[in-house]
Design a protein around this ligand. Structure first.
Ligand SMILES: [Zn+2]
Length: 76
């Protein structure tokens, strides 16, 4: 019988013993993979360090969420 793979996505690299924290990790990492958009010029934004973001296009540096930009979808 084939073993069913759980739908834990990127958290699959973690072994046993992480339990519920995996669900939280998936939520964070899914957002991380979405393209981050600059709130000033809609350009591409890269994360410099935790919560410091740097826009490639307008070269602005600003603070936002640690792993993804805040208010990405609510701004529309
Ligand atoms: Zn920009």
């Amino acid at each position: 019988m084939a073993v069913k793979r759980k739908k834990i996505g990127s958290a699959g690299r973690l072994g046993a013993g992480y339990g519920k924290i995996k669900q939280k990790l998936i939520a964070v990492e899914r957002k991380q993979r979405v393209k981050q958009e600059c709130p000033f010029c809609k350009g591409h934004v890269k994360r410099k360090v935790k919560s410091i973001w740097n826009c490639v296009k307008c070269k602005r540096e600003f603070a936002s969420g640690a792993y993804h930009l805040k208010n990405q979808k609510t701004k529309k």
